[in-house]
Ligand binder design. Structure first.
Ligand code: NAI
Ligand code: MG
Length: 509
């Protein structure tokens, strides 16, 4: 039987190219500009696929340079003439809280859409991505009316004040690994600060951004303050990075493209950029760590989200005396991971996001074998359709092998052996990246020495993948700069202005 919408329409007929999951039609596939869903000026569309099957999920309007320009004009008008930047922080916060309420009220549909478009297990979409996104909005909404400047008594008959002002129009280019969270991380801070924003979601996963834009409108975000322009990186993305009327650009994605964003910003209007890029993060397991807990943490550090995390524990360093025992238990654990249809209860491991990531991961597995690492488990694709890859573990990995230096972004654990802490710290820091690091040890002195020695933005001690909307997050070195989350994120979407005036006839001058 064909599924029917609430008003009785046959949705198969209505959505010949937009295959819907049971109960949830795909509602939004056009560009969201100036508060309306519109076709691309060129009329072009691109295909978003379901990575579990490789089949077409939706044809989505494809933004190019002219559409980005149209969105920027709408954003500029909303900033210069519209109510949004003129509302009090309190009022903006109230609207953002309402947006968070609407996300909660629609969490099933939103999570469903994400699992269709990205392939991550439904449990994760709902209880991690949507929940994290909602918390992030509420945290920033709470800050919106609490940002204050300072006053200064100058060295002379003058007084100064500093005030925070929005930049104007923010551009955001986001990736496909956590589409809901990345969209929110960028929009919540931009909007709370009073900016307008133009967001380009990744071409692999455009659907949840469009859905959330509709909810933001319903919550009261005015037309033009938020615009979403799905499309390809080198066209829509590049035109955001080089646009002369965008005041700041936030990018989350590969280090390679991060460099292009900076170049484009430098060559256009010198807009400031924030970059949240890749990593090859060390997870260090010391000999005094509880072995079962260490295996559990290592497993999650790498295999969570099918290895598609900028923070994945890409280098698992294990101390010599527990190396064999750890490796054996890690294999057992990886073999128990349930792979399959991400909509099915109990499934922990879905497909990689697309064919490019699937092939890239399989290529790295081949390179690990070719360079002499020991393949202990996994190493193959799974099934005949979709982009599934087995959780894979290599041991005997050497520091200069590609699987130890490059960001794989797939379910491939690389285990390396170390002897002493000092040796380990040098090797852990010997990477162009500096996103996160973790150490598992009972020795507080070792933990603190490690935490202060690692040139990374976040260090976890006896844990991994612990994030919070209030804790700043971002990279050192080629993992980027700028901080998401917390007050730091809100302030990074504001500029600081100083105003100075004479203190005439004041008793204090
Ligand atoms: P990517 O960096 O190409 O894509 C991220 C975003 O940048 C997407 O929205 C894309 O459309 C856009 N983009 C691409 N080229 C652009 C350009 N020239 N100008 C402006 N925007 C552009 O990453 P991709 O190709 O999806 O994945 C490649 C690798 O990047 C992954 O295997 C992984 O290693 C890394 N990556 C890291 C992420 C992170 O969270 N740090 C997220 C996604 C990918
Ligand atoms: Mg997709």
């Amino acid at each position: 039987m064909a599924p029917h919408s609430k008003d009785g329409h046959d949705m198969h007929a209505a959505a010949a190219t937009n295959i819907q999951p049971a109960g949830f039609p795909i509602k939004y596939t056009k560009l969201f500009i100036d508060g309306e869903f519109v076709d691309a000026i060129s009329g072009k569309t691109f295909q978003s696929l379901n990575p579990s099957t490789g089949e077409l999920l939706a044809s989505v309007a494809e933004a190019d340079v002219a559409d980005v320009d149209k969105a920027v004009k709408a954003a500029r008008k909303a900033f210069e003439e519209g109510p949004w930047p003129r509302l009090s922080g309190y009022e903006r916060g109230r609207i953002l809280h309402k947006f968070a309420d609407l996300l909660e009220q629609n969490e099933d549909e939103l999570a469903h859409l994400e699992t269709l478009d990205n392939g991550k297990p439904l449990f994760n979409s709902k209880y991690m991505d949507v929940v994290t996104g909602v918390k992030c909005i509420r945290m920033i909404a709470g800050w919106a009316d609490k940002v204050t400047g300072q006053t200064f008594k100058l060295d002379g008959p003058y007084q100064g004040i500093s005030v925070y002002e929005p930049y104007g129009v923010i551009g955001a280019i986001i990736p496909w690994n956590f589409p809901i969270i990345m969209f929110i991380v960028k929009t919540a801070s931009s909007l709370a600060a009073g900016n307008s924003i133009v967001v380009k979601p990744a071409e692999q996963t455009p659907l949840t951004a469009l859905y959330m834009a509709a909810l933001a409108k319903q919550a009261g975000v005015p037309n033009g303050a938020l615009n979403v322009v799905p499309g390809f990186g080198p066209i829509a993305g590049a035109s955001i990075a080089s646009h002369m009327d965008i005041d700041k650009v936030g990018f989350i994605g590969s280090t390679q493209v991060g460099r292009l964003i900076m170049e484009a910003a430098a060559k256009s209007n010198l807009k400031p950029v924030s970059l949240e890029l890749g990593g090859k993060s060390p997870l260090v397991i010391c000999e005094d760590a509880d072995l079962d807990t260490a295996v559990e943490i290592a497993n999650g550090s790498l295999f969570f989200n099918m290895g598609q995390c900028c923070t994945a524990g890409g280098r698992t360093f294990v101390q010599e005396s527990i190396y064999e025992a750890f490796v054996n238990k890690a294999i057992e654990k990886a073999k128990k991971i349930v792979i399959g249809d991400p909509f099915k209860a109990g499934v922990e491991h879905g497909p990689q996001v697309d064919e490019k990531q699937f092939k890239k991961t399989l290529d790295y597995i081949e390179s690990g074998k070719a360079e002499g690492a020991r393949l202990l488990t996994g190493g193959h694709s799974v099934g005949k359709q979709g982009y599934f890859i087995e959780p894979t573990i290599f041991s005997d990995v050497k520091d200069d092998m590609k699987i130890a230096t490059d960001e794989i972004f797939g379910p491939v654990m690389s285990i390396l052996k170390f002897k002493t802490l000092d040796e380990l710290i040098k090797r852990a820091n010997d990477s162009k990246y500096g996103l996160v690091a973790s150490i598992l040890t009972k020795d507080i002195d070792v933990a603190h020495k490690f935490a202060r020695s690692l040139r990374v933005g976040t260090v976890w001690i006896n844990c991994y993948h612990v994030y919070d909307q209030s804790v700043p997050f971002g990279g050192y070195k080629m993992s980027g700069f700028g901080r998401e989350n917390g007050l730091a994120s809100l302030l990074s979407h504001m500029q600081l202005k100083s105003i100075i005036y004479p203190l005439k006839d004041s008793p204090w001058h």
